[in-house]
Write a protein that binds this ligand. Structure first.
Ligand SMILES: Cc1ncc(COP(=O)(O)O)c(C=O)c1O
Length: 419
């Protein structure tokens, strides 16, 4: 499978807002998807529709009943998209907030033992795990990731496991290296030593790349941020297993025992996630001859992956007569050039031009990327590599080979020795 054909590409791009230009900058190539993916136009319309509605759920009137049905439908759409066995979905303030919430519930709701996580994680899960480890008196085990691959392995988890681990955190894909971790293998390594552990996965950077299959992971929690998967800002989505539902949860007195939602929900948030699932369904239907919704979601994941692979390979190794990023003098490519676990993201540094300067010059060429600094977000990845900063180029399946070529042409100029 290669990049999408031109008509398909156009069809895909027509479904998103601000694909080619930014209301503040004008025409630009959007390679800042890891900071927030493009928004589906259906999500924009749905958001406006629901923002105008005054009604609340749970009343005896037609509007309230309709809202209840929309949430029910969205939860069923989420089940198709994430494919869990049992459990429940709910929305919260953000991916970070939900990650903290799940880790807090698992840490507070279990008896003495340890919490395990890894150095590759985003601070959302690392900070939550360390915070609740300290507050519950559970020692924190930190599994080191591999600086060369930008990933953490199941073997590394296995080497650090302890039978009394009560909570384990796993990062699905890193927003700094773009490299995915083998969640199912890590979860199996955790359960081999501590079958009782509550395993919470940060899927926030992985989600837009498709191919989520919670049933195959044997985990207890999975969190995404919808604005990073074609919906909008303002909410996060979490799935929790039936075991998580059995933990002592913070609740309204005399309220339902397994309710994870706190306060009135935004029906529009749920409705926009249905738009996301409908989009994946549409994309899958264009590539697989099946009426089965889950099979269509899987087909969408497969073509997204194939297209993104084509783009990141071109970005690294060049296209036409343009050199790839990996061929630039003095370059470091995070995670290595031939990393099979790469998902739509290339992060690089040049030894002779500061990352901030590259990002600014790319902006001047109309190409939006982002700097990752060795701060509390990315220092865990960059500092061991001896880097103070790097340039993150993050794509999604609606990006094109022409856009990659524009990046490489700009980089050829930027990286050329001053004459
Ligand atoms: C892997 C990962 N985890 C957590 C977060 C934080 O997400 P949010 O800011 O949506 O809460 C991000 C954001 O980029 C991320 O990529």
């Amino acid at each position: 499978m290669t990049a999408f054909a031109p008509e398909m590409m156009q069809d895909i791009r027509s479904r998103f807002a601000h694909v080619e230009s930014c209301p503040f900058q004008g025409p630009r190539v959007f390679f800042e998807n890891a900071g927030g993916a493009l928004t589906l136009t259906s999500v924009v319309e749905t958001s406006a529709k629901f923002a105008a509605l005054p009604d609340n759920q749970g009343r005896d009137n037609p509007a309230a009943q309709a809202l209840g049905q929309i949430i029910k439908r969205a939860k069923s759409d989420m089940a198709c998209f994430f494919n869990p066995k049992g459990g429940q979905f709910f929305v919260g303030e953000s991916g970070t907030e939900l990650t903290f919430r799940l880790i807090r519930a698992a840490a507070m709701g279990t008896s003495a033992g340890r919490i395990i996580g890894s150095t590759v994680e985003h601070p959302a899960s690392r900070s939550a795990a360390q915070h609740w480890a300290e507050h519950t008196g559970k020692p924190y085990i930190c599994v080191p990731h591999d600086n060369a691959t930008g990933a953490v392995s199941a073997k590394a988890y296995a080497q650090h496991m302890h039978p009394d681990v009560q909570v384990a955190t796993i990062l699905h894909t890193s927003p700094v290296t773009g490299i995915a971790n083998d969640v199912a293998a890590i979860s199996a390594a955790v359960r081999a030593t501590a079958p009782q552990a509550f395993i919470i996965v940060d899927g926030i950077q992985h989600a837009s790349h498709g191919r989520i299959d919670i049933a195959s992971y044997d985990i207890d929690g999975y969190v995404v941020s919808p604005y990073k998967v074609f919906s909008r800002h303002g909410y996060g989505v979490a799935w929790v297993s039936d075991r998580m539902n059995g933990l002592p949860l913070e609740q309204l007195i005399d309220g339902p025992a397994t309710n994870w939602e706190m306060g009135t929900r935004d029906t529009g948030a749920y409705a926009t996630f249905s738009d996301v699932v409908r989009y994946f369904d549409w994309l899958g239907s264009r590539h697989a001859d099946t009426q089965d919704p889950r099979q269509r979601i899987e087909a969408a994941g497969a073509v997204i992956h194939a297209h993104e692979k084509t783009l990141t390979a071109a970005m690294l190794k060049g296209t036409g007569n343009l050199p790839g990023l990996a061929e630039l003098p003095g370059v470091t490519i995070l995670g290595g050039v031939d990393n099979l676990m790469r998902e739509g993201l290339v992060c690089f540094a040049l030894d002779h031009i500061p990352a901030a300067e590259i990002v600014a010059k790319l902006n001047a060429h109309g190409i939006r990327t982002h700097i990752r600094k060795a701060d509390h977000y990315s220092g865990n990845i960059l500092t061991p590599l001896g880097l103070t900063a790097a340039v993150r180029v993050s794509i999604c399946h609606y990006n094109t080979l022409e856009e990659v070529a524009a990046l490489l042409a700009a980089m050829k100029q930027i990286a050329a020795p001053a004459s």
